[in-house]
Write a protein that binds this ligand. Structure first.
Ligand code: PBG
Length: 342
């Protein structure tokens, strides 16, 4: 250390030059530590019961897909070999109620979409969200009594919702509701009903986040939820140790994979979790992150290389995969780059 505790610089300079390895493209490729591939992508898709696709105001470039177009859309994803998709329904307001009963309808939008996709493409993994918010008149993920979101009563609904999805052919059940004990409950119910091979990807670490705004607009739950908050069940974004407890509980309850959500502002959480538990770990680049990046790209403030950068940073932080609305664009860019290199 020199005066005032300022280091005296690199004593091995000039023999050590960090820039030497970076000089040529072939060398940069050799020293690259993390690589994004199409195998890392999960594509969230919004579906609607209307017969035409509709744009989503808060998510430029993203559409709600009607059932008569879903097979073609999945076909596009399969041209790029995207391994899995995640389905989210825009539920007709007429069928929403206090309990979210539509979640248990075996012909609901999600179940119909799963059946159609499975009939045409059996090689794509289908992930379905378990939570009541697309179906409740109040927009919460659980059942409410006297202003309280009831945990144990909600579990019963979630277990039945999971079975309903598994029966239609869902491959991965992804509980996003943040009720305590739901992974154990869902695992038990799945096993009881013969679905012991159905995987569970738990939204183990889900923060109460402002970045979900555009998603709520997309599935039409924002009107129902209005100004109410989900802070009594989703985590406080100021917390980090609590995330480790959530993950360890979900692993002990039988989660096969876990997820951290939102993504980019939470890379520290992702890193801690992957380093601690070494379980398949996924990050959700949520709707608000998509909208921020996409608005900047549309205005030419950012180039679309920023998409690949953001997704690669998830990998660097420890993600085994990323749920991203950019999945198709990213797969296209990766395919073109690959051809360029060759
Ligand atoms: C529903 C759910 C939400 C998201 C995924 N599942 C929203 C919420 O909890 O309010 C957010 C996804 C996104 O913003 O892209 N429980």
């Amino acid at each position: 250390m020199g005066k005032n505790n300022i280091p005296n610089g690199n004593p091995s300079f000039p023999s050590t030059r960090m820039r030497r390895n970076r000089l040529n493209n072939w060398s940069r490729r050799l020293i690259q530590e993390n690589k994004l591939s199409t195998d890392d992508l999960i594509w969230p898709i919004f579906i609607t019961d209307k017969n035409k696709k509709s744009s989503i105001d808060s998510m430029p470039g993203i559409f709600r897909i009607p059932l008569n177009e879903i097979v073609d859309v999945i076909g596009e994803s399969q041209n790029y070999d995207i391994p899995a998709i995640a389905l989210f329904p825009e539920t007709n307001p007429n069928v929403k109620d206090e309990l979210g009963s539509e979640a248990l309808n075996e012909n609901n939008l999600i179940c119909e979409a799963i059946k159609l996709i499975k009939k045409n493409y059996n090689s794509v993994g289908i992930i379905t969200d378990v939570a009541l918010d697309p179906y409740t008149s109040h927009g919460h993920d659980g059942i409410i009594k006297n202003n309280e979101i009831l945990n144990d009563e909600t579990l019963d609904m979630l277990g039945k919702q999971a079975i309903n999805q598994a029966k239609s052919g869902a491959d991965i059940i992804a509980p996003s509701d943040m009720m305590d004990g739901r992974v154990n409950h869902i695992r038990t119910e799945l096993d009881k009903n013969g679905f012991h091979n159905t995987q569970i990807m738990s939204y183990a670490v889900k923060y109460a986040s402002n970045f979900y705004g555009p998603f709520r607009n997309a599935i039409g739950s924002e009107i129902n939820l209005s100004k109410k908050s989900k802070k009594s069940y989703q985590m406080d974004y100021a917390n980090s140790d609590e995330a480790l407890r959530e993950v360890s509980l979900d692993i002990s309850e039988g989660a096969d994979m876990i997820m951290v959500k939102p993504g980019m502002p939470y890379l520290d959480i992702l890193y801690r979790i992957k380093s601690t538990f070494k379980i398949p770990t996924y990050a959700y680049q949520v709707s608000g992150e998509y909208s921020m990046l996409m608005s900047a790209i549309k205005n030419n403030y950012l180039s679309n290389n920023s998409i690949i950068e953001a997704l690669t940073c998830f990998k660097r932080a420890g993600a085994d995969g990323i749920l991203t609305y950019f999945a198709l664009e990213a797969a296209q860019i990766l395919k073109n780059d690959f051809i360029n290199i060759i």
